[in-house]
Design a protein around this ligand. Structure first.
Ligand code: XMP
Length: 514
């Protein structure tokens, strides 16, 4: 892609994807690379700027992730954040030591507004600190441009060489003016024009797909999730009927979800493509009958998906391209991009279907973060309810029904979940909670309804806030909303007489139940 680019060099910190996302919010394209990436390769990319991220190490210890002096001598502006700031100072002759007081959390920082980094930032501003080490002496040629009551060098700059070091984390939302600081760096110091916009992305990608595919045939497995839907939208706009989407309804989708997907992508929808819906519900329920072990259930669902997809692919015959809705965090997390070794392999349903006869893979969303995928979806005219759909696991309700899956249990959890989602939306909470859903426990208990004894299932409600889905906290939902959901579920969903709210964070819990 021929456009201005900022490179984020990853030293293993936990906010590294956030750094890249914030830069992109400034309409500047950026990519994450490991600190091990050879300098030559970085030079070849001709970045307009480089950002060094935080990381868990101490830069003065032997074997700590490092960089050479040359990195700062290429004439390319560099911004170091936390570990990156300390490393910059250490390599250029400053001093970094263990701090007498560890700074952690929201901290008041006093900034020197004459620094280009703090243009338009308040003199006293709240920033997010998280460090054991501190810069006790800035490197020669550097001027201190921010401090806190515990930290003499909260930021330092060598403006002539465009080198900037910030001890805190501007990428984290707790740093109230952090986005402004990053904006000042990428748009001001680096001089990026800000050409990374989703309308341009959609237009360019459509052109690229046309060039790549030519007259060829493309096959895409459409799950109804955000990523594969946006990929389908893009491909259909680019190549129309040369695209075939196979949508496997495994009977473990949320209520009405199958029909919603069909109404958008099917023959009466707004997209031009070949749409095949496979109604495989019965097939799945019979495979899952009597199976209670979570991993076994996941395996069966994944394998069956491949079988169904394979059968459809065989009917279509050889295709030139197999399209996938891979997005940038998948690329980074699978270790191809940055340094953080966060692997979600179990989340990829079935992996690559190598039995399908195709020549090449095409991944039109490979460079996008989730929020960018959503923006691209809206550009393409995909309805908001689909674009803002919450994450939904490949194995679907199969892992939200504890124990054996049956059609009856699927009906219960679908109905309870639909009520929950409706009430959360009514309360205006649907965009602020990370992920929320109803699950069906395997517990039945005694209750009373009217004058009758009941012996029915308990539904569990889950709602979590999370930045990266690797850790999560239970969301605080107003009690009155929970009460409304509880009474509606018990009154409207046959087979349920008790409702629980799950308070468990992750870890030790996971977000899903199985
Ligand atoms: P856990 O349960 O691992 O979930 O805390 C973290 C996030 O991943 C989603 N998830 C999955 N997504 N296939 C998927 O596509 C899966 O097998 C799967 N398992 C969990 C989960 O919904 C949450 O967003």
């Amino acid at each position: 892609m021929n456009q201005e680019k900022v490179i984020v060099i990853d030293f293993g910190g936990q906010y590294n994807q956030l750094v890249a996302r914030r830069v992109r919010e400034c309409n500047v394209y950026c990519e994450i690379y490991s600190y091990k990436t050879p300098l030559e390769q970085i030079k070849e990319m001709k970045p307009k700027g480089i950002i060094l991220t935080g990381g868990p190490n101490s830069c003065y210890e032997e074997g700590a992730p490092s960089c050479t002096r040359e990195l700062f001598e290429m004439g390319i502006p560099v911004l170091g954040l936390c570990y990156g700031a300390q490393l910059m100072q250490h390599v250029l002759g400053g001093k970094v030591e263990k701090a007498p007081v560890r700074e952690y959390g929201k901290t008041e920082v006093f900034v020197d507004k004459s620094s280009a980094l703090f243009d338009g930032v308040s003199e006293k501003t709240i920033c997010w600190m998280s460090h054991f080490d501190y810069i006790s002496c800035a490197a020669p040629g550097f001027r201190i441009v921010a401090h806190t009551s515990d930290c003499p060098v909260a930021a330092a700059e060598c403006a002539e060489k465009n080198l900037y070091a910030i001890q805190f984390h501007p990428e984290v939302l707790h740093t109230q003016e952090g986005t402004k600081m990053l904006y000042n760096f990428v748009r001001g110091v680096c001089g990026c024009a800000g050409t990374w916009k989703m309308d341009a992305f959609v237009e360019n990608t459509i052109k690229e797909i046309r060039e790549k595919v030519g007259g060829g045939k493309v096959l895409l497995a459409l799950s109804g999730g955000v990523d594969s839907s946006v990929a389908a939208g893009l491909l259909s706009r680019a190549i129309g009927k040369q695209l075939t989407c196979v949508f496997v309804d495994h009977g473990l989708l949320r209520k009405n979800e199958g029909d919603e997907v069909e109404s958008v992508f099917g023959p009466n929808g707004q997209f031009d493509l070949n749409f095949i819906r496979v109604n495989a519900q019965e097939r799945y329920y019979s495979k899952l009958a009597g199976v209670t072990e979570p991993e076994k259930k996941r395996k069966i669902i994944g394998e069956e998906f491949i079988r169904v997809f394979e059968e459809e692919a065989k009917k279509i015959g050889a295709v030139d391209f197999l399209a996938q809705g891979t997005i940038y965090p998948d690329v980074v997390e699978s270790g191809l991009g940055g340094e953080s070794a966060v692997i979600k392999s179990h989340h990829n349903v079935g992996g690559l279907p190598d039995y399908v006869d195709f020549k090449e893979i095409i991944e039109p969303l490979r460079d996008l973060f989730k929020d960018e995928v959503r923006k691209a979806g809206l550009e393409l005219g995909i309805p908001e309810n689909l674009v803002f759909r919450q994450p939904f696991p490949g194995p679907g309700l199969g892992i939200r029904i504890i124990g054996e899956v049956t059609a009856e249990k699927v009906r219960i959890v679908q109905d309870a979940d639909a009520i929950y989602r409706e009430e959360i939306a009514k309360a205006g909470l649907d965009r602020s909670i990370g992920q929320y859903f109803a699950a069906l426990t395997n517990m039945r208990s005694v209750g009373v309804m009217g004058d009758e004894r009941t012996y029915d299932y308990a539904v569990a409600l889950r709602a979590v806030n999370t930045v990266d889905f690797m850790t999560a906290e239970a969301a605080e939902i107003p009690f009155s909303v929970l009460q409304t959901v509880m009474s509606r579920i018990i009154n409207e969903v046959r087979g349920v007489n008790r409702v629980f709210y799950d308070l468990t964070s992750k870890p030790p819990g996971t977000i899903e139940f199985e």
